[in-house]
Ligand binder design. Sequence first.
Ligand code: GDP
Length: 172
Amino acid sequence: KPEIALAGRSNVGKSSFINKMIQRKNLARTSSKPGKTQTLNFYIINDAFYFVDVPGYGYAKVSKREREAWGRMVEEYLQTREALQATVLLVDFRHPPTEDDLIMYDYLKYFDLPVIVIATKLDKVKKSQRDKQLKVLKEELELEPEDVIIPFSAETGEGKDQAWQALSSYLV
Ligand code: GDP
């Protein structure tokens, strides 16, 4: 079955994204704290494909050894994947992309993978601020033409249809 990798720093809203997309409350548990040994988690979705949860990056507080172990695991997966069709990078709609977000985006592009950027927690931003915020995210990430950015809220479900549409285009 095809695989879609999900990346995003801890607490960005990855589990909430998965749960909202499949209308579950608690299938994807909230991610473990940085510092624990982390693995790739596979979630079967609608019996059709896998979301592959790449554990959170943004490890300012973890040791070099742990960062390196993370790097080896993720790199091995991205390099040897046969079923991997695309990736989802979660960022926080409220803020400009962090340094870690920018590095992760470039990293995914280095492996030649299409990226669907999900800018989550949309509900926390006033309607009047949204256009401006979206523009900042687009500009700072320097999105490549094949990639899309979708404002999303796990609270209201806004952006869910667009997210499904973007995913479907990689699930043929
Ligand atoms: P993860 O660590 O990336 O898996 O993040 P979680 O899904 O556990 O979310 C982290 C926190 O952000 C939790 O308190 C969620 O309730 C909250 N959260 C996630 N997505 C949204 C969203 O779209 N809107 C709002 N208001 N809160 C969100």
